[in-house]
Design a protein around this ligand. Structure first.
Ligand code: AMP
Length: 140
C-alpha cells in the first residue's frame, strides 16, 4: 500500500521543515500554518487516529506530550501559552490518516471551538429534544 504524506515525511521520503526527531516522534512545520508557530508532531509508529491507539503505544503517546512541551519551551511559547490539538475523524476535521498533534501558538488563539453555521443548527435540534441528547450520559 502506498505511504501517505506523513509516513513519507517520517521516512525522509518527502521534504519538510523538520523541527525535531527522536526514536519516538517526528515534528515538522505545518505547510499551511494557522499561527506564527504551527508544528505537527507525529509518532514514528503509524497510528491512523486517536481511535486507533493501543496500550502498547503509550511510549509514543507520552513522548508526543513531552516533545510538545520541549518545543514550546524552545520557542518560548511556554511563557505566553499555546494549544495542542488532535483532530479525529470526519467531524473532528482530520484530513491526514496518521495520528498527529498540532502545536499552535505565537498569538492569542481565541475561542477553542468555532462551530460552522450548519453545526449550530444541528446543536439547536439536539438541545430542543432532551431524549436525543446522548452527550449528557456516558456509559463507559
Ligand atoms: P488535520 O486536518 O488535523 O488532518 O491536519 C492536517 C494538517 O497537515 C494540515 O494542517 C495541513 O496543512 C498539514 N499538511 C498536509 N500536508 C503537509 C505537508 N506535506 N507538510 C506539512 N504539513 C502538511
Amino acid at each position: 500500500m502506498e505511504k501517505n504524506i506523513f509516513e513519507k515525511i517520517r521516512d525522509n521520503e518527502s521534504p519538510c521543515e523538520l523541527v525535531y526527531k527522536d526514536k519516538y516522534v517526528t515534528a515538522f512545520n505545518d505547510i499551511h500554518p494557522d499561527a506564527p508557530a504551527h508544528i505537527l508532531i507525529i509518532p514514528n509508529k503509524k497510528i491512523a487516529s486517536l481511535n486507533d491507539i493501543l496500550e502498547e503505544d503509550s511510549d509514543y503517546l507520552s513522548n508526543i506530550l513531552l516533545v510538545a512541551k520541549k518545543i514550546a519551551k524552545e520557542l518560548e511559547l511556554d511563557k505566553t501559552g499555546y494549544r495542542l490539538i488532535t483532530n479525529c475523524g470526519k467531524d473532528g476535521g482530520q484530513e491526514v490518516d496518521y495520528l498527529h498533534f498540532h502545536l499552535v501558538g505565537g498569538v492569542p488563539l481565541g475561542k477553542m471551538i468555532s462551530l460552522p453555521k450548519s453545526s449550530k443548527k444541528i446543536l439547536k435540534e439536539i438541545e430542543s429534544n432532551a431524549e436525543k441528547n446522548i452527550w449528557k450520559t456516558l456509559h463507559l
